[in-house]
Design a protein around this ligand. Structure first.
Ligand SMILES: [Cu+2]
Length: 403
């Protein structure tokens, strides 16, 4: 069985150490002492920073102290043998649709099958590209499990494929994230299993050499590991993954475009797109919401090269789950999503209109395809946003001459 603290990654330990040092410095500077006792993570951190001197408890800067609600996999349900778990067939979600939210409060043995394909699809209007895919789509379909689930994963490589493929799921604690276990030639399938130890939102991708080429051809998607307590319900959820593409022809050059390895090495993307295609969520394909609805967007970045400056023009993210992890930021304009990373953004559109979501490295949006649209319908609150109130000529030179 897993030990209470046996599965902490070095990154988490380093992160905890950084938090410890930061808090220790803050407390030393303020000359105060106290303890965070709240059960809310954000509140705990804020309380430590502004702690009152009347509390004389010793600080608990351990992981359990900072994340007191996390049982660190010592829950009774985590001790149930795998053979006694109910077996559930996993459901996939094809972008921009999510896989269905987890509606159970118990651990399960979830099975997933995913097929790799190589097929010509549209990269932009009139532009075709031979994509390599998971599940016949770019991004690959969303996988969704619950923290603690035992997942049996089968990867299938179509017999008509030319290339071997595999999968590295960033949600996996184990060598290669499953890459070695799932490496398969055309006409083979391979199965491995893992326990979803860490809740969060994770990229998965093909990790077959040359890895960059497999990713650049579209082999990535998201696996969501919902925390045991689940996500708060929202009105709408969407699934968006950014990726950069490297074609011999420049942006918009029509016809079947070939992959350009040197361009990829130089990180000179011809296309930067959401959900595998310029215009995948524009016009008739825009995402539709109502004013006032709560929206959660799982946003990944397959890369292979470029970091996303993810932004919705005219909207502020109420909450961002930084890097798809446990830390929540609030009131965010633009969030960084690294290649091979993800974030969860939550927001409510407060005024009707068409909102462009972009990579705010803005030439990518206007010249390389990194733009999608949300259309919000509903009532205007003119105090929140007035629209144009006045328009008239402005000519300061004429005014000065007339005086
Ligand atoms: Cu591959």
């Amino acid at each position: 069985m897993r030990k209470a603290t046996g599965n902490l990654s070095s990154g988490l330990i380093i992160g905890a150490a950084a938090v410890f040092v930061t808090l220790a410095v803050a407390l030393a500077l303020s000359g105060r002492a106290g303890a965070a006792t709240t059960t809310d993570t954000d509140a705990a951190l804020q309380q430590v920073a502004t702690v009152e001197s009347h509390d004389t408890h010793v600080h608990d800067f351990s992981i359990a102290g900072l994340w007191p609600e996390r049982a660190l996999r010592a829950d009774p349900e985590d001790q149930i043998p795998v053979e006694d778990l109910p077996v559930i067939e996993g459901v996939l979600g094809y972008a921009p649709n999510v896989a269905p939210a987890i509606d159970r409060d118990y651990r399960a043995h979830v099975t997933y099958e995913l097929e790799t394909t190589e097929e010509v699809l549209e990269l932009a209007d009139g532009v075709e590209y031979r994509f390599w895919t998971f599940g016949g789509s770019v991004p690959g379909p969303m996988i969704r499990v619950r923290e603690g689930d035992y997942v049996t994963f089968t990867l299938q490589n179509r017999p008509d494929s030319m290339m071997p493929h595999n999968i590295d799921l960033h949600a996996v604690n184990g060598q290669g994230g499953g890459a070695e276990a799932t490496l398969i030639s055309p006409g083979q399938q391979a199965t491995f299993a893992f326990t979803a130890l860490n809740p969060g939102v994770y990229i998965y991708h093909c990790a077959t050499a040359p890895v960059g080429m497999h990713i650049a051809n579209g082999m990535y998607g998201l696996i969501v590991v919902e925390p045991k307590e689940g996500f708060e319900p929202v009105d709408k959820e969407f699934y968006v993954v950014q990726g950069d593409f490297y074609t011999k022809g420049d942006f918009g050059e029509r016809g079947l475009q070939e992959f350009d390895m040197m361009r990829a090495v130089d990180e000179d993307a011809a296309y930067v797109v959401f959900n595998g295609r310029a215009g995948s969520m524009v016009g008739d394909n825009a995402l539709n919401v109502k004013v006032g609805e709560t929206v959660r967007m799982f946003v990944g970045n397959g890369g292979p090269n470029l970091t996303s400056s993810f932004h919705i023009i005219g909207e502020i993210f109420d909450r961002v789950w930084l890097e798809g992890g446990a830390m929540v930021n609030r009131d965010v304009q633009t969030t960084t999503i690294p290649a091979g990373g993800a974030a969860v953004v939550e927001f409510t559109l407060d005024a009707p209109g068409t909102y462009n979501m972009v990579d705010h490295a803005i030439f990518r949006a206007f010249n390389k395809g990194a733009v999608g649209q949300l259309v919000a319908t509903g009532d205007h609150d003119h105090v929140v946003f007035s629209d144009r109130i006045d328009l008239r000529p402005y000519n300061p030179g004429a005014t000065a001459a007339g005086e």
